[in-house]
Design a protein around this ligand. Structure first.
Ligand code: EPU
Length: 293
């Protein structure tokens, strides 16, 4: 029997990644697996290793550009109820890795816990947000969490306190682990004051970012003390198009999938932006999005 048929969760063979990325781009993953629970995930890790098939964890697919011819790997999607719950008690909010940020924010708001409002409007899961140390408006998720429970690629589960994890700009030291769940210590506040702040962040995001078409948010990291969007803008590249990929005329660090863009179109356009900024400002732009190939 093929090993993945022994798993209790959902398994799809040659599942197109365009269905699972906010860019709406990407060929098939050899396998696309939603393990049911911890025991299932352990079996998956063990059997995939035996079969020499690499694993790649996918959250909401909001920071991924997947290759047109797909990936020879098993995409692991922690979307089952076991991995995507969210609850809070006594100022501690716990969310499964697969829980979307909008649900976490709604939970904290309704219970009157403050601290996560700045995440409003970021499309993603808690697991993805921690792995990438998602940030906005001068804050980042690494500053806010209490501890993270992870599984390593031998199947061992461990809970790490915030002080045991290193957080950097858009990355953290958990890249060799699978994030299972996250806990936050939040402070009590008035639910309507929290709701007002959430609405403010949503509005600011809508005003400055292009949400009109599929994208993966900012494609490049900001260089030290600079904004990649501002630099690309100063190169006069807003509206530049390659194939179906377009540099947003609202925010130059957004590439949008205007019309059936391929990963190749986006990569060519990123190359052009990088080269232009290098020529004009002698600054090297590094991708923020993860390119899966
Ligand atoms: N700007 C331009 N032209 C543009 C875009 C921006 O002149 O086309 C200027 C803005 O006017 C502003 C400055 O550049 O003076 C910074 O722009 P913005 O406030 O939009 O922030 P950003 O640096 O481009 C960062 C994060 C965003 C995050 C926002 C809000 C990165 C790469 N980007 O954007 O994160 O939402 O701050 O805090 O760190 C993401 O990670 O995908 C992302 C979108």
């Amino acid at each position: 029997m093929i090993w993945w048929k022994r798993l209790k969760g959902k398994v799809k063979v040659r599942e197109p990644l365009y269905k699972h990325t906010t860019f709406k781009i990407g060929g098939p993953a050899s396998l696309f697996i939603e393990p049911r629970d911890i025991a299932d995930l352990k079996v998956l890790i063990k059997e995939a290793k035996r079969d020499r098939i690499p694993l790649r964890v996918i959250g909401a697919g909001s920071n991924i550009l997947a290759a047109d011819d797909g990936i020879k790997a098993a995409a692991v999607h922690l979307k089952s109820p076991y991995f995507s719950g969210c609850s809070s008690e006594n100022g501690i909010l716990e969310a499964g890795a697969g829980c979307v940020l909008s649900r976490v924010i709604a939970e904290s708001q309704s219970k009157g816990f403050s601290g996560l409002e700045f995440l409003a409007g970021i499309p993603g899961t808690i697991g993805g947000a921690v792995a990438m140390n998602a940030g906005a408006w001068g804050s980042n998720i690494g500053k806010k969490l209490r501890d993270v429970t992870v599984m390593d690629y031998h199947g061992t589960v461990n809970t790490l306190k915030r002080s045991e994890i290193k957080f950097h700009y858009r990355s953290c030291s958990l890249e060799n682990s699978i994030i299972l769940s996250v806990r936050f210590s939040l402070r009590k506040d008035n639910p309507s004051a929290i709701a007002r702040r959430i609405a403010g962040y949503r509005k600011a995001r809508k005003a400055s970012q292009d949400l009109s078409a599929p994208s993966a948010g900012c494609v490049f990291k900001n260089p030290d003390g600079e904004s990649a969007g501002r630099l690309i803008d100063l190169c006069g590249l807003k509206g530049k198009k390659i194939g179906g990929a377009l540099v947003s005329s609202k925010h130059a660090n957004f590439i949008i999938n205007k019309k059936n863009a391929s990963a190749g179109d986006v990569i060519s356009l990123m190359g052009l932006l990088k080269e232009s900024v290098q020529d004009k400002f002698k600054i090297n732009l590094e991708p923020e999005i993860k390119i899966w190939k």
